[in-house]
Design a protein around this ligand. Sequence first.
Ligand SMILES: [Zn+2]
Length: 162
Amino acid sequence: MSKKLSQPNCKSADSLKISIPIGILKVSSCEEGIHSLSFEKFQISFSKEVQTPTEKKFRPDSLPKICWKGICKPNTFSERVLKTLLNQVHFGQTISYKNLASLSGNERSQRAVGTVMRRNPICLLIPCHRVINSNNKIGNYTGGVEIKKWLLDFESEKGEYF
Ligand SMILES: [Zn+2]
């Protein structure tokens, strides 16, 4: 789903597949953290009624570490956009491309934000599915608009971290 990026400072990137209730995820990481996360398969038929674990709250600070140097150049607009999205747009929230551009320090770069979202190597964890059009239309999603819609519906129903 994402372009292969160069990993100049990473010793070895490993990959594995994880089966989750809504499909199969492909994860690639090095010793320092995650490089990529993408859907290998998505099952839209998954019921939202399935119990989600409550003892372990899913919060940004408890997420696996990301190997930033493996996914983008430091001090670039891309890095600011991805970090802003990761740290400021939480479960159940959405943000427009325009506002994300503005929060990342350049309000005129909403088209560039769109490009960064398209190339986001770590789906779900860096929540590009929460970035929508200013007119509240859902916008695009690399994995398919169907997945994006499902994720947003799911999050708005849960309404809090899970
Ligand atoms: Zn790495």
